[in-house]
Design a protein around this ligand. Structure first.
Ligand SMILES: C[S@@+](CC[C@H](N)C(=O)[O-])C[C@H]1O[C@@H](n2cnc3c(N)ncnc32)[C@H](O)[C@@H]1O
Length: 208
């Protein structure tokens, strides 16, 4: 179901922001139908999944989010909006495609959220190595196969109370299997896959 700025007043989004998200969503769908080269597809989150992320971030008071896989910034805007009403928050987002990163920069600027986000260009694993923690939320939405490597690097950079989110569990089960196995082997985490959009895995570790 497409997100409509009028159909979802329950999301409590600013009206202009809702209209911009709708525009980006429509652009992504049209672009992805037309493009045959996967690298040129936007591959944006399903709106329902994005709305769930927004609620999770708000409801659990996340303060320091890392997103892996920015594309043109659709999910980044949802995450930044969920965070930005709170003080002392940060959002870092990684994308290896410079053209998409530039599109994300422009979209975040239009959303008035560019100052709330640190956009980083580069390969996810190499970039994650350079980051200082701590993060209390990581959203994995890049190539899935390299996600366990990134999670391993991130372990010492996570807060005790941390939420791990990963999309494409139902759409790409084989590619994401190693990530899910890695999460299942972590001590203290509960995890569940929600059949929303392309399938969202949520793993949560509470502070002891
Ligand atoms: C599914 S899209 C992200 C969609 C975005 N989260 C959204 O909802 O708008 C995945 C993005 O991750 C990027 N990507 C894939 N593998 C990557 C990697 N190893 N390092 C950095 N970026 C990567 C791709 O270029 C692509 O733009």
């Amino acid at each position: 179901m497409p997100f409509s700025p009028n159909a979802k007043p329950d999301m409590n989004l600013d009206r202009e922001l809702a209209a911009l998200l709708f525009e980006i969503e429509r652009f992504g769908k049209e672009n992805d139908q037309r493009e045959t080269d996967r690298k040129r597809k936007m591959l944006n989150l399903e709106p329902e999944t994005a709305a769930l992320l927004h609620i999770l971030v708000r409801a659990t008071h996340r303060q320091s989010i890392l997103e892996i896989g920015t594309s043109n910034g659709y999910s980044t805007i949802w995450l930044a909006d969920a965070l930005c009403s709170r003080t002392k928050c940060r959002l870092v987002s990684i994308e290896r495609n410079p053209l998409k990163l530039e599109m994300a920069r422009k979209n975040l600027m239009r959303a008035g959220l560019l100052n709330s986000v640190t956009l980083l260009g580069g390969e996810a694993s190499a970039t994650v190595r350079t980051l200082e923690g701590p993060f209390d939320c990581v959203f994995f939405d890049a190539d899935r196969i390299s996600a366990p490597e990134q999670l391993e690097i991130l372990i010492p950079k996570l807060k005790p109370d941390v939420l791990l989110l990963a999309d494409n569990v139902l759409s790409h089960p084989e590619e994401i299997a190693d990530y899910l196995n890695f999460v299942a082997g972590l001590v203290g985490f509960s995890s569940v896959t929600i059949p929303i959009g392309k399938g969202l895995n949520i793993a949560y570790r509470q502070s002891p």
